[in-house]
Design a protein around this ligand. Structure first.
Ligand code: 5AD
Length: 492
């Protein structure tokens, strides 16, 4: 199959960025969710099989929702939700079913998945969501270099060589870049439909025993106000993120801080697993494999542990006292323990070439990571790389796209570093270049500013995305569980 051409046939020449929408379930409240249990039961009894069928259909396809306006309502039953409605979105009018949406009126806006409306939203929210997902401009591929097209076609037959990757990474031609992004976007849609997820990261300590040249939290950074969250604070903040906001997967991150002994970390994980239904990913740096074994046994599901660069020379230069081999050994050990592996590298490190980045990408594929976490290097004052140039957003997007071509089903988040150099546009660009998840900062406000691995970390518009992508605990937790299980199946 040659996806390059099918992409253009299918989308009628439209370019990258055709993200429709997505979510992981639904949540009560926020503009009209399901009504309380008793009423649902009553409605179920009246509607019988129709409700069950609609519910099943919506459950199966819960991962994509699209905002649309209600144009007509058929057979309204007074006091009960409607069964059939006509909605209108950018693709035209469509008859769909409706779940429990009390008091739905013509002119209202809903989020629908395939043929079932799931939730009422305000017009303002709907428009804001549509704006975030706005498609990009038309691409004319007739002017494309044939060599470039050959490389791009190669990926669909499993023939994306190191040279091919370098060719893609080196392009600065706007049309080629846009084509690459569009292709990655198509691969994402073909392999994951429009599913994307919102995850959270909570930075619970900014103390660090390491001295990495790029990081603002390095041991020698004297101007950092250091903090440590207590176990109570961590557990409480996670509970809030899960129960009030609907998060299902949270990364707990800190510097390499051995104040949190293995026992303390295990205890924190146990307490969280007891109080909140959430997947926990640990990002606590270089601990013993025994520590990782114990955290897994306590309930941690994944790790976020980047190898930063696969070029040993660069690695040694910027990681004094650390060993590339040890890091890779640890990563492999974590994989053997059955962790869901999130790993990745930095873009724009001193001396790093497109060839090095191609090797980083191939290392990710060889490691069979489940989540590819990459981002541009951002210079930070008081570090040895303070005056080094930042990594580029363009290169980050190209890397995202190539990763998607090579790992069609991997989770690829838009990382905060890209958002920091590109703001909201970074999110949209990332998602339309092959990324399929967002990672929002859940660190309590009073500590957030002090977790300065680099300056001016972006955050904004989270509430809009959350309204759209975070829903009812149980259903979407189960969906995520299924996705994570599939990830293991695919990568076995
Ligand atoms: N710019 C971008 N990313 C950084 N990280 C650390 N410092 C910086 C920086 N200055 C990333 C590293 C690390 C992750 C927690 O943050 O890749 O693994």
């Amino acid at each position: 199959m040659v996806r390059v051409s099918s992409q253009f046939r299918r989308s009628g020449g439209k370019g990258a960025g055709e993200i429709k929408a997505a979510a992981c379930g639904w949540k009560e409240g926020n503009g009209g969710g399901p009504a309380p249990g008793a009423e649902i039961k009553e409605y179920k009894e009246r509607a019988g099989g129709a409700f069950q069928a609609a519910f099943k259909a919506a459950y199966k396809t819960m991962c994509l929702t699209i905002p649309a306006k209600v144009i007509a309502i058929d057979n309204p039953v007074p006091g009960f939700p409607v069964a059939n409605i006509t909605v209108e979105d950018s693709k035209g009018r469509k008859e769909i079913k409706s779940l429990w949406l009390p008091e739905l009126k013509v002119g209202d806006w809903v989020l629908y998945a395939y043929d079932t409306a799931i939730r009422k939203v305000s017009e303002e929210d709907a428009r804001e969501i549509l704006e975030l997902l706005e498609p990009k401009k038309h691409i004319d591929i007739s002017a494309l270099d044939t060599g470039f097209l050959e490389v791009l076609k190669g990926h669909s037959t499993g023939n994306l060589s190191r040279d091919g990757i370098v060719r893609l990474l080196k392009t600065e031609d706007p049309l080629e870049m846009e084509t690459l992004f569009a292709e990655a976007n198509t691969v994402r849609q073909a392999s994951l439909r429009d599913f994307f997820c919102i995850h959270g990261i909570m930075e619970f300590s900014n103390h660090c025993a390491m001295n990495c040249f790029y990081c603002g939290l390095r041991r020698d950074s004297a101007d950092v106000v250091r903090y440590r969250m207590t176990p109570d604070e961590i557990v409480g903040a996670v509970e809030d993120a899960v129960n009030r906001r609907g998060y299902k997967l949270i990364v707990l991150q800190s510097g390499d801080d051995f104040h949190y002994t293995d026992i303390k970390l295990v205890e924190i994980i146990r307490r969280i697993k007891k109080s909140s239904k959430v997947f926990i990913f640990m990002s606590v740096g270089e601990r013993s494999i025994e520590c990782y074994r114990r955290m897994k046994a306590a309930g941690a599901s994944g790790v976020l542990f980047r190898f930063e660069t696969s070029n040993r020379e660069i690695y040694n230069l910027i990681h004094p006292g650390q060993s590339y081999d040890r890091r890779m050994e640890l990563l492999k050990g974590m994989k053997e323990l059955g962790y869901y592996i999130a790993s990745g590298f930095l873009i724009g490190l001193p001396g790093q070439t497109a060839e090095d980045i191609a090797d980083d990408i191939l290392a990710m594929k060889a490691l069979k990571v489940n989540m590819a976490s990459i981002g541009p290097f951002i210079p930070c004052a008081s570090t040895p790389l303070a005056t080094h140039q930042a990594g580029s957003a363009e290169m980050t997007l190209k890397v995202t796209a190539v990763l998607r071509l090579l790992m069609p089903r991997a989770k690829i988040p838009v990382t905060t570093a890209l958002e920091t150099i590109e703001s909201e546009e970074g999110r949209r660009l990332g998602l339309s270049s092959g990324a399929n998840s967002l990672m929002f900062n859940l660190t309590p406000e009073r500590y957030r500013g002090d977790y300065r691995i680099y300056p001016n970390k972006y955050h904004g518009k989270e509430e809009v995305w959350e309204k759209y992508g975070l829903f009812n605990e149980e259903l979407s937790y189960r969906m995520l569980e299924k996705k994570m299980f599939e990830a293991f199946e695919v990568l076995k």
